[in-house]
Ligand binder design. Structure first.
Ligand code: URA
Length: 233
């Protein structure tokens, strides 16, 4: 007998999607339990007894083999499993294994580290703001930034009326800086620079949750067991 758990957690554990994505799937009527659409959040299920279907496919109650890949994303690929506009997606750059999805997102023109997995539980922990996962970006901007402007960024600037958390900044050269942040708001780095009057010309994520690439742009590697262990801790 498997334990009784919330529906969105059962979907994440089966490796279908992150918990947050699972909640969205439920809300949009894409999930059935024992043949009936369930749109309410928080419904309790027993995965080994209840028949759970997501997007018409039955999910397995048994833990699937988990995969963890690190992609060094090139420019021009969108971070999604499927693009309705048929643009190139990051999924074209990784092994063709069913159920994989990217953890969080990088903009089409951002390069660097992107984790791809079928482990919904881990994806949830890495993307939920309360866990404050650290990311390091190198940003090149369209002008020479002054010390006082950088201080503003470090202390926090307003994006959509909400102040960004304090972050750490290292100057690489006059128009390039390294930012260490633990938030993951949409287009966060680009909008932080827009807030002080600069446009980001190049953005590269060089570190994610303590992991560094060690692979060429466009390449993908499996995470090492020690890296997976560290992420889970
Ligand atoms: N911040 C951005 O502005 N873009 C990204 O792709 C990642 C972080």
């Amino acid at each position: 007998m498997s334990p009784r758990i919330r529906l969105h957690k059962a979907i994440a554990q089966a490796g279908i999607a992150s918990r947050r994505k699972a909640e969205k799937l439920i809300a949009s009527g894409k999930v059935k339990v024992n043949g009936k659409i369930v749109k309410k959040q928080g419904v309790i299920v027993e995965p080994s007894r209840d028949a759970i279907e997501v997007l018409g496919g039955k999910i397995s109650p048994f833990a699937k083999r988990k995969y963890y890949f690190l992609l060094n994303k090139p420019v021009g690929y969108v971070t999604t499993t499927k693009d309705p506009r048929r643009r190139k997606t990051v999924m074209e750059l990784i092994p063709d294994i069913k159920g994989l999805f990217p953890v969080g997102r990088l903009d089409k023109n951002t390069t660097g580290l992107l984790l791809i997995t079928n482990d919904g539980e881990l994806a949830y922990r890495l993307t939920h703001p309360k866990f404050e996962i650290e990311k390091v970006y190198n940003a090149e901007v369209d002008g020479d930034i002054t010390e006082s402007e950088l201080k503003k960024l470090e202390k926090g600037v307003y994006i959509d009326g909400k102040r960004t958390s304090p972050c750490k900044i290292k100057i690489l050269n006059k128009a390039a800086v390294q930012l260490r942040i633990h938030e993951g708001r949409k287009r966060q780095v680009r909008r932080m620079f827009e807030a002080i009057g600069y446009r980001v010309l190049k953005l590269d994520r060089i570190e994610y949750a303590g992991i560094r690439a060690g692979i060429k742009r466009g390449a993908c590697r499996k995470l090492r067991p020690s890296e997976i262990k560290d992420l889970k801790e």
